[in-house]
Ligand binder design. Structure first.
Ligand SMILES: Cc1cc2nc3c(=O)[nH]c(=O)nc-3n(C[C@H](O)[C@H](O)[C@H](O)COP(=O)(O)OP(=O)(O)OC[C@H]3O[C@@H](n4cnc5c(N)ncnc54)[C@H](O)[C@@H]3O)c2cc1C
Length: 340
């Protein structure tokens, strides 16, 4: 193990030492690092913004690749739209700001999400009624199994709710992502009721891109969902649990609670509501860790926490929700060398 603590590379500021660390600023360096770890049979961890990983206190005894490639390029344009290629290491919110500044519509409601562009396909990043699956046209990747680069269609990416073929699968290095965006000074139709209300309108409205971005950033900041080193409510992975999706006949046995229709007649329940109503309020604390004071779904490191303590808190919440509602909560982040 090296002296490098992985805590320095995660938004939770948790995680033990790395085996070795390589930083790639060019795509070919990243591919070379992945190829060499693969041929040496050495465990590999690709890390970009570190905002969706929980790394064990024992760290990761293998090769850690820090992805720092940059670049945004309009590769095709016509009167209605633009195809934009973004390097995997490009900070996601810099890209969103760039699209808004250029009058490219389609990802404005995903403002303020931490991490890198290349990580967005991994869990089909989504918020405020948009998800990257709505605008991704292609994902450029290096396939460790075949030692070849390829371009994957959205169907090949298998996007679902906070999921894709890339999640919990170390076969691919995403090297760049192509987004198809509309050329318009206005947002895509607003789908999320809370955002529409904040914009003073209703679902289906279009608003200037800048206004959509600013309103999303304000809403997110109020929930501790925009990174701020001074604010420990943001020392998190965002939502720790996904919203459970249950069969309709099971949902009918649960009693009154908020819900939305989901795919194939299933029902999606807000995990935050389940957690609060199982007796875990904002601020509920463990050893050096706590539920954020601003958002029930964010588990945070208060500065003295450990991954073990964070996962203890997660287990307590998961088991408490199960005891009260018989609904299973599943973690949204990728757990590295640890488990709940
Ligand atoms: C305050 C806060 C708010 C958040 N809000 C949201 C939200 O609203 N919606 C949402 O969906 N998520 C949200 N997240 C979660 C997170 O920001 C996103 O999932 C983000 O896309 C992760 O990017 P990253 O670069 O930090 O990925 P990392 O944490 O570095 O990596 C996450 C996983 O993806 C893999 N990976 C990363 N890059 C690549 C690549 N190029 N090729 C192959 N594998 C790769 C890693 O190996 C790991 O398994 C939030 C997180 C925080 C801390």
């Amino acid at each position: 193990m090296s002296d490098t603590s992985l805590a320095a590379y995660t938004t939770l500021r948790l995680g033990g030492p790395a085996g070795t660390v390589t930083t790639a600023v060019h795509t070919d360096e990243a591919v070379a690092a992945v190829r060499s770890a693969t041929s040496a049979g050495r465990p590999l961890l690709i890390l970009a913004g570190g905002s969706n990983v929980v790394i064990g206190d024992d760290g990761f005894d293998g090769e850690v690749l820090l992805l720092r490639t940059r670049g945004i390029e309009a590769v095709a344009e016509d009167a209605s739209g633009v195809l934009v290629r973004v390097a995997a290491g490009e900070p996601w919110d810099d890209f969103v700001a760039h699209t808004v500044a250029n009058g490219w519509s389609g990802v404005e409601c995903l403002s303020g999400i931490p991490g890198a562009a290349g990580a967005t396909p991994i869990q089909n990043v989504g918020a405020y009624g948009q998800e990257v699956a709505h605008t991704i046209e292609a994902v450029h990747a290096y396939d460790r199994q075949t030692d070849a680069s390829l371009v994957m269609t959205p169907a090949q990416c298998g996007f679902g709710y906070r999921s894709s073929v890339f999640k919990h699968n170390d076969r691919y290095l995403v090297t760049a992502v192509d987004f198809r965006l509309a050329r318009s000074g206005e947002s895509a139709p607003i789908r999320y009721a809370e955002l529409a209300r904040s914009l003073g309108g209703e679902a289906g409205d279009r608003v200037p891109l800048r206004q959509a971005r600013d309103t999303v950033l304000k809403l997110r900041a109020g929930k501790g969902m925009v990174l701020d080193p001074e604010d420990r409510d943001t020392w998190s992975v965002g939502s720790f649990f996904t919203n459970p999706v249950v069969p309709a006949d099971f949902f009918a046995t649960l009693g009154e609670m908020p819900h939305w229709p989901a795919a194939d007649g299933t029902v999606k329940i807000p995990a935050a509501w389940l957690i609060e109503n199982a007796g875990f309020p904002k601020g509920f604390a463990g050893a050096g860790v706590a539920i954020s004071g601003k958002h029930t779904l964010a588990l945070t490191n208060r500065g003295t926490g450990t991954t073990a303590a964070l996962l203890d808190l997660a287990r307590t919440i998961r088991d408490g929700v199960h005891a009260r509602f018989a609904v299973e909560l599943h973690p949204e982040p990728v757990l590295i060398n640890c488990a709940i």
